[in-house]
Design a protein. Structure first.
Length: 189
């Protein structure tokens, strides 16, 4: 029986594993990628306004967002050297900064979309773009990933529940198939 199960059930178990985890992988990617959508619009619109000559004070919201607590979107304007010059974001009472490598990427590609974790309990989906005009620099638009990650965890939980259920069901079906096959063979002999 063990040979039969290994021969027939192991391939089915591999397929069942893929069936259980593929929805999680697809769902996680859709949720995470769509988490960038508002920031793409905010970063591009803000950069366009700055390129058209609007003052930084006109495009950065006056209200401060504590990015460790709030789900509100935020904007940070950096000069051409990557130093923050205006911000609606605050973290521990300061304007947070991003790694210099992000600015290098934006200089090369025009935009960068990343998950940013300035401290262990704070994760944001950020979009950074460059602007050129009367002045040059970078626009960062971001917002918390807290709600998105809770949804991702929900999908993972469903996959965690589906996976053993599929494995057990397919194992029992394989064992039943073995029993029926063995009994049918015995009747023929």
């Amino acid at each position: 029986m063990l040979k039969f199960i290994v021969r027939y059930w192991v391939p089915i178990a591999i397929l069942a594993t893929a069936i259980a985890w593929l929805p999680y992988a697809v769902g996680q990617q859709v949720l995470r990628q769509s988490a960038n959508d508002p920031q793409i619009q905010m970063a591009q619109d803000t950069a366009a306004k700055l390129e058209d000559g609007q003052q930084i004070q006109q495009v950065v919201p006056a209200d401060k967002v504590d990015i460790a607590k709030s789900l509100a979107p935020y904007i940070i304007i950096f000069d051409a050297n990557g130093h923050p010059i205006a911000s609606s974001a605050q973290l521990n009472g300061q304007t947070p900064t991003i790694p210099a490598g992000v600015f290098d990427t934006v200089r090369q590609t025009g935009e960068d979309r990343i998950t940013w974790q300035p401290q262990p309990d704070v994760r944001s989906a950020i979009v950074v773009t460059q602007f050129k005009g009367p002045t040059s620099g970078f626009v960062l638009a971001g917002r918390s990933l807290r709600e998105v990650e809770q949804r991702e965890n929900g999908i993972m939980l469903l996959s965690l529940l589906a996976w053993p259920t599929l494995l057990i069901t397919t194992l029992l079906a394989t064992m039943l198939f073995f029993k029926v096959t063995t009994e049918t063979q015995a009747v023929r002999d």
